[in-house]
Ligand binder design. Structure first.
Ligand SMILES: Nc1ncnc2c1ncn2[C@@H]1O[C@H](COP(=O)(O)OP(=O)(O)OP(=O)(O)O)[C@@H](O)[C@H]1O
Ligand SMILES: [Mg+2]
Length: 361
């Protein structure tokens, strides 16, 4: 168990800046998810914490100790990678024993046996212990990789997209298992992913990384309901938040150019004036309501059936909006429908900076 702190971390590879001015704090026992697109700097952040890479600038603390001069082994962190790195000609048991058999650790045989048994039980791989790892399915291999990490009880788990090579069903199952595992172990996890569903469903906290900058840190709820800017608004939610340009006129949201107008009832921070200023309105698909007596007329541009619900694309002039509708709703392409929105759920972003007015300048 451990508390991790990154202070003003920058990392340059030649002229390329992979990370800049990164401040990050992970509490003891927290499941922290770093969410970012490819090249955002996620793996680099993990490698810095693991001690496989040195920062160009800044400091890393584990449990309050500056680990700048510590090697990877001394840091006592476990790194689980996207591609499982198992020894193929060895059995699952041998793979699990290996991290405990290093000369510097000197774990007694009886304890090795007991720890392997416990890990195998936790990950439900007991029946696979005597099998060679090249005879395992992808999901089983990934479980063994995770097992190899937990068997030696590290202070911190660093996981680099460990589920991304798996199929959807397995990914879902392992998501739940990993989360349960973390809660049972009470361990500190830094889990890196580009998958916003993983981030939303697993994280106690999410940090959104964009081109080496940490844009926002918050609980999944904060990130979803109160995104700091339009980048974060687009990064979470599927389909993402609708973003349409317009301005507030006498308390009404007028979507430009004169496409439609709807009421706005959100609070504004004290002193913020929004009237007439160029804005981007943000509204989640589930906060758009289709009703026969709703104020605005639209055309059904597309309907996607997702089983539990439908995702409807509405066309109003040149503007496209995603809305959700119940699975039983009868909607045909090019049909005319009427919609409104929940006026309390509209986010306002400055059109120039993209920053939410709720978060101030
Ligand atoms: N050893 C290196 N030498 C030069 N550039 C590097 C090196 N490692 C990473 N980079 C660059 O730093 C940036 C961040 O890379 P990083 O691997 O951290 O991204 P990532 O968020 O993990 O992306 P992905 O989702 O594709 O794994 C990228 O532009 C990458 O090309
Ligand atoms: Mg990576």
């Amino acid at each position: 168990m451990a508390h991790i702190q990154l202070k003003n971390i920058s990392k340059k590879f030649g002229h390329h800046t992979a990370l800049s001015g990164l401040d990050l704090e992970i509490q003891d026992g927290e499941f922290f998810v770093l969410l970012g697109e490819t090249g955002a700097g996620k793996t680099t952040t993990l490698r810095l914490i693991a001690g496989l890479e040195k920062p160009t600038e800044g400091k890393i603390y584990i449990d309050g100790a500056d680990v700048g001069d510590w090697g990877a082994a001394e840091r006592d962190v476990a790194l689980v990678l996207q591609q499982y790195s198992l020894y193929p000609r060895y059995t699952v048991r041998e793979n699990l024993e290996f991290p405990l058999k290093s000369k510097i650790r000197l774990v007694p045989d009886a304890e090795i046996k007991e720890r392997v048994a416990r890990v195998a039980k936790t990950l439900r791989i007991e029946h696979l212990l005597e099998r060679k790892t090249d005879r395992l399915s992808g999901g089983e291999m990934q479980r063994v990789s995770i097992g190899r990490a937990i068997v030696r009880k590290p202070r911190v788990f660093l996981m680099d997209e460990p589920l991304s090579a798996l199929d959807a069903k397995l990914r879902e199952a392992l998501r739940t298992e990993l989360k349960n595992l973390q809660m049972n172990l009470g361990a500190t996890f830094l889990f890196v992913t580009h998958d916003q569903i993983e981030a939303m469903s697993m994280g106690d906290k999410i940090g959104v990384l964009n081109h080496g900058h940490l844009v926002q840190v918050g609980t999944p709820n904060e990130i979803y309901n109160n995104p700091l800017n339009t980048f974060v608004a687009r990064a979470v939610g599927s389909p993402p938040m609708n973003l349409v340009d317009g301005s507030l006129v006498a308390g009404r949201a007028v979507v430009a150019p004169k496409t439609f107008e709807l009421p706005y009832e959100g609070a504004l921070p004290v002193g913020a004036s929004a009237d007439g200023r160029p804005l981007t309105f943000g509204i989640r698909p589930e906060d758009i309501v289709l009703e026969s007596d709703a104020p605005v007329s639209a055309t059904v541009h597309d309907v996607e059936n997702h089983g539990v619900e439908k995702i409807v694309t509405l066309r109003v002039g040149d503007t496209m909006l995603h809305a959700t509708a119940p699975a039983r709703a009868e909607l045909a392409m090019e049909q005319t429908v009427r919609f409104g929105w929940n006026p309390k759920k509209v986010s306002l972003f400055d059109r120039g900076t993209g920053r939410s007015l709720r978060h101030g300048a």
